[in-house]
Design a protein around this ligand. Structure first.
Ligand code: NAD
Length: 297
């Protein structure tokens, strides 16, 4: 029976569970949270979705149960508060993630861990440091979310179906993310030929700020990221070997950030760094520098 465990049944974790169920992605979903009441409430609510899904079971679980899952999604911890710095947020969530990874040991040796908690790039690295799993089996939900935001913005701009827009965002899931314009095409035509330079900057800025805008209006984001996590779970469980940007360990940089990878049931099968323009190389190096600074803050 395909089994996905979700650690952290808050807004993001419970929406991930709902999306997995409604999209028939796994037969069994387990939820773990330090807040037992919240977790039980979410599970009772989610059980009412099972009638409309092929998912057979959703339950509150212990770490002993969660560590046997095929995929373990980590959404536990705090979101950034107004006025809180990223090093402050990292300090709080780092302890939580290190504890969770230790609680998951001994982990199913075939499990794939998907980090969602922010700052996701650095916390994917923390997860690596606290597990026996190989690096290819620990990934993070990174710039896939940003990439689909830009893809849809470009589709609106050119009044075409989003499937006709190819784009890519790499690096940090956050302020220093890099739009790879050299890999961006609308109906097969290079974006460089279709869009003025100022429009590149404007679209990249709007994409980067989307999460801030949502948080300003409703205090949190969860639908978009839950859909991305559900997509990653579907790719993994069905061994689709799709090319998607995820947070992965990059030996050349000595840290984790998003680049396109071939993803399948065994995790990251191959890292696919595309050819980059000089300014895109510079952007990626700057993103890595920012993440390194945060990692050692
Ligand atoms: P939330 O406060 O609604 O939920 C967090 C949950 O974690 C709570 O239920 C809490 O009880 C639980 N928790 C805390 N410590 C725990 C522990 N040690 N073990 C188990 N559970 C624990 O927060 P949220 O809105 O769901 O956000 C969760 C995280 O996801 C935040 O860090 C947020 O920034 C991040 N996030 C990431 C992305 C992304 O794209 N990667 C997008 C949105 C949110």
């Amino acid at each position: 029976m395909s089994h996905i465990a979700i650690i952290g049944a808050g807004r993001v974790g419970s929406t991930v569970a709902y999306t997995l169920i409604i999209k028939n992605i796994a037969e069994r979903i387990s939820l773990v949270d330090v807040n037992q009441d919240r977790c039980e409430g979410e599970v009772l609510d989610l059980k009412d979705v099972l009638a409309f899904s092929t998912t057979k079971e959703v339950a509150v679980a212990t770490y002993a149960e969660a560590r046997t899952a095929d995929i373990i999604v980590i959404c536990a911890g705090f979101a950034q508060q107004p006025g809180q710095t990223r090093p402050e947020l990292l300090a709080k969530n780092k302890t939580i993630i290190a504890d969770i990874m230790r609680n998951l040991n001994p982990i199913n040796s075939n499990a794939i861990v998907i980090m969602v908690t922010n700052p996701v790039d650095v916390l994917t690295y923390v997860a690596h440091e606290n597990t026996a799993l190989p690096q290819k089996q620990v990934i993070g939900s990174g710039t896939l979310l940003d990439m689909q935001r830009l893809q849809h913005a470009l589709a609106r701009e050119f009044a075409v179906d989003p499937s006709l827009v190819e784009t890519l965002i790499m690096g940090e899931h956050g302020d220093s993310q890099c739009v790879i314009w050299s890999q961006t095409r609308i109906e097969g035509k290079p974006a460089d030929q279709l869009l003025a330079r100022e429009r590149h900057v404007g679209l990249a800025e709007t994409t980067r700020k989307t999460a801030y805008t949502i948080i300003e209006k409703k205090c949190a984001t969860y639908y978009g990221v839950a859909s991305c996590v559900a997509e990653l779970c579907s790719i993994i469980l069905n061994d689709k070997k799709s090319v998607v940007p995820v947070v992965t360990y990059l030996p050349a940089f000595g840290l984790c950030m998003s680049i396109p990878v071939v993803l399948g049931r065994a995790g990251v099968l191959e890292q696919r760094l595309p050819p980059l323009a000089a300014e895109e190389h510079t952007c990626l190096a700057q993103s890595a520098k920012n993440l390194r600074k945060l990692l050692h803050s």
